[in-house]
Design a protein around this ligand. Sequence first.
Ligand code: GLN
Length: 497
Amino acid sequence: MTSTALHDLGVAQLATELRERRVSAVEAARHFLARAQAHQNLGAYVAVNPEITLAQARAQDAAIAAGTAGPLAGVPIAHKDIFVTKDFPSTAGSKMLAGYQSPFDATVVTKLADAGAVTLGKLNCDEFAMGSANENSAVAPVGFDAPAPVRNPWATDRIPGGSSGGSAVAVAARLAPAVTGTDTGGSIRQPASFCGITGIKPTYGRASRYGMIAFASSLDQAGPMARSAEDCALLLSAMCGPDPDRDSTSLDVPAENFSAHLNDSIEGLRIGIPAEFFGEGLAPDVRAAVDGALKEYEKLGAKLVPISLPRTQLSIPVYYIIAPAEASSNLSRFDGVKFGHRAKDYTDLVDMYKKTRAEGFGDEVKRRIMIGAYVLSHGYYDAYYLQAQKIRRMIADDFQNAFKECDVIAGPVAPTVAWKLGDHGNDPLADYLADIFTLPGSLAGLPGMSVPAGFGEGGMPVGLQLLGNYYQEARLLNAAHRLQQATDFHLHRPEGF
Ligand code: GLN
């Protein structure tokens, strides 16, 4: 096997090559490290450490030789910089955590390492995962000495999506065969859609949040991003499972082999099409690609069923009350005392708090902390936070009603393709509104995917969103895999990569 072909292999193929010792883990790691370096201009990686990576790879080569290798033995992956790692710095895209070194690994990181994965490094993201374009990162990517935009490899003047922008770019540009991401309100699905890759957010609670730097704890969920559903299934199987002692909202549901049902027939699968996802505001190019994918599903024997998710529009105000409320509480730990940045000059404790937080947090994070503190404050709690919680429940109920008539729900991931860097300028609302199709599933805690479905304006990728009922990850992956066997959208690659 020639090393130039290594980055064309998916996780499943690469794992086989490694297991059968046609390629070594060290060779694979070197190959991807070299690619990451050659494409530093994309801004995907924020930390690499070849010494650590190669040591991990050597250990996997030894395990393979000894016959003790795990299912992902020697497969190089990279982690969104929201997961804490003891061997690489962990910043959450924030100045507040510049240079922070965690004494432990996140559960998801440990589980993937236990399965044999080798860590290439850490990936850029919006500060504390707040954003839809990766334009809120305050961290300098590898090869830069100041923060620089993360660029979409399909058009480097466009955003990659967010908040897992570095993750999506690393996969799309073949700087890693697969990566981790996190999704609070769409941050796996939307960048996957914008970069033409596949991503899945499991049911809330299936993957442990331990060691995921917290944004909004009732929403945050980890998941894999890769080129295909088959590859996502391999990673997801390693990532999930109960972690009751360390994450109080971890579900007591055993890990599952998510690859087991990939090839099941989808004859008769009822795909719900929510009217509210296809109304005003959906760009015609996105609509055309999504419609094309739905036609493929009909050819595969699935039935399209019209459904309604009547509170779709309310998911924006509800999410942008609940997520900031939780963020304001979670981020109170960054006070200059426990970890991270501390202001140099201050007069007393309160002054130290103020200066530390003023210096350490970026504008979007400050905005959310202020909104969150406001909606939780006396006199406003009932009017905003409590009201939002009630509507959140109704949004979840709407899904349960819909799932009486269908097995999965399909629609667009985002109203448009990836926009140009800087296009939303200083208008955070423009970013918030673009989250409309991912927020409902997040608020309900449902599993969701983005699957490449075609191309739109400027040749930019379009993703199809699939949402399932609780614990239906295997069914989503099955539906996605069948589509990927019938189409080749996930095999297209950005020019030059
Ligand atoms: N765009 C959403 C936000 O800014 C979602 C982010 C996420 O899922 N982490 O909050």
